[in-house]
Design a protein around this ligand. Structure first.
Ligand SMILES: [Zn+2]
Length: 217
């Protein structure tokens, strides 16, 4: 994608917030990179997510700690997390080791079938978990953790679009919502299964982060 994507325009349709430039974005001085392939979109989503959080943490006088690894795996050959095996068709953040791993064939399938928005929803969501770990966010329920990660993902994308690092284009919104309903560590086996919230809840929290910023999450 040519970093087109206000994946989010959809969200904006209701609010007319649109991709304005009045909000601070990460590395505004850096030319917008172009994602053209699955591999480059993955790399871009990772780099932009961390650039955003680095800046957001710095604004609060904190130091963002980059993940130690961003690991691709296939099917059953993924890394363990705290002694528990990874599972196929998933992407996850592991606090024990502070890394993110993803089943690359599953991610590519989503990318091919649902569009590049899949990468820009799933990766920022997982970085949302990496941020929660650093902020020592406490949650009683796993669903609260998951919905905040969706909100953080929306906040990340909203800031990247506002800062000019990403562009949204028509159709991105539907693509994003479709992906929200279908993706983002759907099988947190070592946490609690089936506790990610409904598609409507996930979309609502993503939209909240996008329009109000991650600080509102
Ligand atoms: Zn999650």
């Amino acid at each position: 994608m040519k970093v087109r994507r206000c994946l989010l325009l959809l969200l904006l349709m209701a609010t007319a917030v649109a991709c304005g430039s009045d909000r601070p974005g990460p590395d505004a001085a850096t030319p917008a990179p172009l994602g053209q392939t699955f591999e480059s979109d993955l790399r871009l989503a990772k780099e932009l997510s961390e650039a955003y959080w680095r800046q957001a943490f710095a604004a609060d006088g904190l130091a963002y700690r980059p993940v130690t690894a961003f690991t691709a795996y296939r099917g059953d050959d993924g890394p363990d997390c705290g002694g528990l095996p990874s599972v196929p068709n998933n992407a996850f953040y592991c606090a024990d080791g502070h890394f993110i791993a993803y089943d690359e064939r599953w991610m590519r399938k989503l990318y091919d079938e649902m569009g590049d928005g899949s990468v820009y929803v799933i990766i920022p969501h997982e970085f949302g978990h990496a941020v929660q770990a650093q902020l020592n966010s406490g949650f009683r329920l796993n669903v609260e953790r998951e919905l905040q990660a969706d909100c953080y993902a929306g906040g990340t994308l909203g800031a990247l679009v506002a800062g000019g690092s990403l562009e949204a284009e028509p159709g991105d919104r539907d693509e994003l919502f479709l992906n929200l309903a279908a993706a983002g560590d759907p099988t947190d086996d070592w946490l609690r299964p089936d506790a990610h919230g409904t598609a409507e809840q996930r979309q609502a929290l993503f939209a909240k982060g996008y329009t109000e910023g991650a600080a509102a999450c």
